[in-house]
Design a protein around this ligand. Sequence first.
Ligand code: ADP
Ligand code: ZN
Ligand code: MG
Length: 472
Amino acid sequence: MNYVPVMGLEIHAELLTKSKIFCSCANAFGGGRNERVCPVCAGMPGTLPVLNREAVRLAVKAGLALGCHINRYSAFDRKNYFYPDLPKAYQITQFEYPLCSDGAVPAGDKTIRVSRIHMEEDAGKLTHDAKRGISYVDFNRCGVPLIEIVTAPDFRSVQEVQDFVSEAALRLKYAGVCDARLEQGSLRVDVNISLMPSGAAVFGTRAEIKNLNSLKSIGRAIAFEINRQTELLEAGMPVRQETRRFDERMGETVLMRSKEELQDYRYFPEPDIPPVMISRAEVDAIRRELPKMPLERVLEYTTRHGLTEEDARLIVQDRAFSDFYEEMVRVFPAYKIAANLMLGELNRNLNFSGKTISEVRFTPAMLARLCELSKTGRVSKNAAKEILAQMFETGEDPFAIAQDGGFLMREDIDAVRRCVENVLKRHTSLVADYKNGNRKIFGFLMGQVMREAGKGVNPQVAKEELTRQLEQ
Ligand code: ADP
Ligand code: ZN
Ligand code: MG
């Protein structure tokens, strides 16, 4: 039997607030164990949570970035479960009334539906010391503000899942709500996956694979799970609804627990936090803060700027890089030259120096001037490379560097004219051949002109002059 995989995602993203979601402890990464903990996030009885306004604002922004509807009314609920890294023995989350719903994100060849995005608090972290038989608990992460993005079961292949995760991560980064680093856990992906016979209308029973921390692991875990479920179904055994984790080393998913039933959580409305009411005006104000999203930029770069899709996609991979490009072409609209310079020499220099685009010593306008020098033929391609390298070092203006370094081409048209005349006089028979149709001779003559003219002559100018005199 041929089976089709069906997948839906639940993605947790840490919000970039200064403080935690219900207390004033710092929301940060690293440091010593239990350094950022207070009675509220440690779940002491009798403490009261206060909702972080900035967390709500960022969650709204995330919702807008993922094409969601922002609900004017949303509310928090308690999800009861005991686990040693969750000291209250319940998690404050949103169940019945999520902040955002009904989103849509174009990714790859599809548009993926986002069912909902809700806010919740993160739990702490357990470390197990198997040798000594001890576990440690670190509450630093307790109360870190999260959004959970839940998609519809719209994925049918690994590629589609990876495309969406990349696109969603990029949008969250553009919006400035999350740094979206899978490897560091600021973005964590759970994949729900089931199989159905191809052509079937009803989905099969799903397993959920928790906390995948790279695109590669997502691919490996799904591949393993497709095999596992196929074998079960072929053997006439049921796929059970359960939660599994991916063992990186073995390349296998392993059972964590059979899936809790909804009733196990005993959700009920959180009595200590009032519902969240957001006005249209507030939503509109947040919408205005959003930058142009990557997909929109790709469309603009390919249609209006004439870049290739590949180059456009490379540029938008980083918002600061894309912003730099946009500022550059606003100053001097030589799109292809700007893109080539940035993706080629600029990237090479960035990699070499270990810097990011935000750390370079020159402005987009300065790089635009280099584009202009290059486009108008005032400096050669090689000179442009050298000038850029010096801009990296000194932060100086490209024109000044070109002037001081003798990179500027001579525009002395009289000198070029004389060179061409001399060359044509020396090679009268070749000129006759050329005029009789042997066009290959042009290259040779051009070489002679450049030799005669010496360094610093603009080849474009020389070429035009040679053509002009030959056609006379
Ligand atoms: P529940 O309410 O049981 O948690 P949801 O409807 O919230 O279920 O879905 C949770 C996640 O599982 C979503 O990402 C959804 O797309 C996905 N999902 C639901 N049903 C299936 C299925 N049969 N196969 C694969 N994924 C599924
Ligand atoms: Zn705290
Ligand atoms: Mg669910």
